[in-house]
Design a protein around this ligand. Structure first.
Ligand SMILES: [Zn+2]
Ligand SMILES: [Zn+2]
Length: 202
């Protein structure tokens, strides 16, 4: 499983399991792509239900273990406005804490042990501890390293919120080199990597 959603999303999670005819214990690993509240907020409860191990990069393990709610800066005019709006709601957000079982480093982490033909790749930029899941067939679950949906972006493209856009761009080159073809962001629908290739030229 990739990411754990915003806080209090467990009902949606159990419904999704039913829809997919999966048992909770079928999930053995939850890869948290980064520590933002909308990605780790239900991690504790999902871990309790499934018994899965939680993986998160070392730079952001504290965000889950100590309930930190950091926001990335906006890198476009709309991004800056959106961060200001989100900041007003952050005092209402609480992330239930839990321990990170697998602390990811900067090197690739193979997923073959979990029956998945792919790996975790360290892709900082949106946040310092962001990772992506890249499957051998080219599916790239990059989460917030790209954005494609309202209210973030109207069309797919690079993130409008990021700590370091230079790192975002260099991570995209790494993912392209390693065979990324179809991009799965968290916010918005999947899209072809061609769009990113064009955006990197701009
Ligand atoms: Zn994020
Ligand atoms: Zn997000």
């Amino acid at each position: 499983m990739i990411d754990g959603g915003a806080p209090k999303q467990v009902k949606g999670f159990t419904k999704a399991l039913e829809r997919l005819s999966l048992k909770p214990e079928d999930i053995r690993l939850i890869v948290m792509t980064h520590g933002h509240w909308d990605h780790i907020g239900s991690a504790k409860e999902i871990k309790n239900i499934t018994g899965a191990k939680l993986a998160l990069h070392q730079q952001e393990r504290d965000w889950l273990e100590k309930s930190l709610t950091k926001l990335p800066p906006g890198v476009t005019a709309w991004g800056q406005i959106l961060v200001k709006i989100m900041a007003m709601f952050m005092p209402l957000v609480h992330i239930p804490t839990t321990n990170v079982d697998i602390v990811l480093g900067d090197e690739n982490f193979p997923l073959t042990e979990y029956g998945i033909p792919g790996k975790i790749v360290y892709t900082p930029g949106h946040s310092i501890g962001s990772v992506s899941v890249l499957l051998e067939r080219g599916d790239a679950f990059v989460r917030d390293l790209a954005m494609s949906g309202f209210p973030l972006r109207l069309n797919p493209g690079l993130p409008i919120l990021a700590e370091n856009m230079q790192k975002v761009r260099s991570c995209w080159k790494v993912l392209l080199d390693q065979g990324a073809k179809t991009i799965y962001p968290s916010h918005g629908k999947p899209f072809s990597v061609d769009i990113i290739q064009k955006a990197l030229l701009e």
